[in-house]
Design a protein around this ligand. Sequence first.
Ligand code: HEC
Length: 274
Amino acid sequence: MIRFKSAALASAALALSFGGFALAQEEADQPKPPRQEWSFAGMFGTYDQAQLQRGFQVYREVCSNCHALSIPFRALADPDGPGYGEDQVKTLAASYQVTNAEPNDKGEIFKRPGTPADLIPRPEAYPNDQAAAAVLGKAPPDMNLLAKARKYERGFPWFVFDALPGLEYQEVGSDYIDAILNGYTKPDDPQWNLYYPGHKIAMPQPITDGAVKYTDGTAPTLSNYSKDITAFLTWAAEPNLPERKKIGLRVMLFLFVLAGLLYFTKKRVGEAAH
Ligand code: HEC
């Protein structure tokens, strides 16, 4: 942590010496999303099951009115993810009406209750992107890859760390989503967002304090909703993140051991030669 902080200081000093004034101006106009604490960040990060379940609740009750989330229901049973029981997922899927892929014997397209293998259906109000754009000004992006697709430049010195397996900070997309939800800082302009590039966003503030009733005692605040839905969307986009991190860690360990072995081998060979 301390090393990271001094690195940040060094980069700040560097930025200042390179005509940092213009840079600071730009930052003030379009600030970077603040970095948050995520359970899934870092080398040993994992998803917090209760948080993902709250996040799904927020998606279901609020975001799903406009945003599609094209993942199969059965993904919600992922034990490293939201970890719902098989029966819970079955009941949940059956509570949705999905359009059958094939027509029936009479050639009619028909609807039926969902099964765990079906994708979560699109928002009912907007059968396609054009319909959504006609009403909302712009089509809301599908949320299945949102947390992965949104990136911003972290600049020096971060890109150096970002290149190392296990050390890289992969949560920029999560910080971005959280920042957007908290970025409606001009009460008189509902389409102004501090963190949206250019500030003019087609989505009016989707969620505020008290909008969703949690049942596990978590406080119903915008700050908690934002964290929870963001964690859920991060899992949806990167369900294998903890697994990938474990592999990265093993690679680092392996390289470390290999370096040690090479060192001692070299020493032994050197001694034998004398
Ligand atoms: C009233 C419809 C509506 C609701 C409800 C809604 N959104 Fe959106 N959302 C939109 C639209 C429209 C856009 C496209 C905005 C743009 O690019 O200008 C969008 C875009 C976004 C973006 C992406 C911005 C980008 O960089 O492309 C995020 C993140 C987002 N929504 C999160 C959420 C979350 C989380 C929820 C639920 C808490 C939610 N939205 C609920 C309509 C909605």
